[in-house]
Design a protein around this ligand. Sequence first.
Ligand code: GTP
Ligand code: MG
Length: 145
Amino acid sequence: MIIGPGKSGKTELAAFLENSSRQIRRIPNMVYRPNTLDTPGAYLESPWMQSHLIAAAQDAACVVMTADAAGKREVYPPGFAKAFRVPVIGVVTRCDLPDADREAARRQLVRAGVRPPFYEISVWDEESMKCLQKALEPYRPEARR
Ligand SMILES: Nc1nc2c(ncn2[C@@H]2O[C@H](COP(=O)(O)OP(=O)(O)OP(=O)(O)O)[C@@H](O)[C@H]2O)c(=O)[nH]1
Ligand SMILES: [Mg+2]
């Protein structure tokens, strides 16, 4: 399950993890696919929707929390990661953008209660995507059967 601020690259990451073309539709709903549960940033950003994320995570093997290296907005409540019973993996997204500040994004994850190591990715850097994919491998549905 992937959660994070709006426009932080969650749907882009989900498309990669599904090995699908990057034409996945961007719709403001939770989207269940074979390997991923993509969630809208709007859920995290409205306090009354956050409980839906926590409930939905009960079906997930792990939660990926994204922090946008290229976005200053901080949306996670302090310690939010502690609401989940499943492992939480911190991912700094959009690291290739010119105004990317990875350090600030890492600090956001720490304040949100996520424990390092954090994965720093860009959809344009295949190495970084492969590295995250490898870390997520044990949580894939087939791997857990
Ligand atoms: N340069 C760059 N752009 C990216 C990267 N990842 C995503 N984007 C772009 O950033 C924008 C937002 O990406 P999405 O994947 O739609 O973001 P999201 O987190 O799903 O957004 P919501 O569904 O609105 O919460 C899109 O234009 C993407 O193409 C990246 O690694 N690098
Ligand atoms: Mg999306």
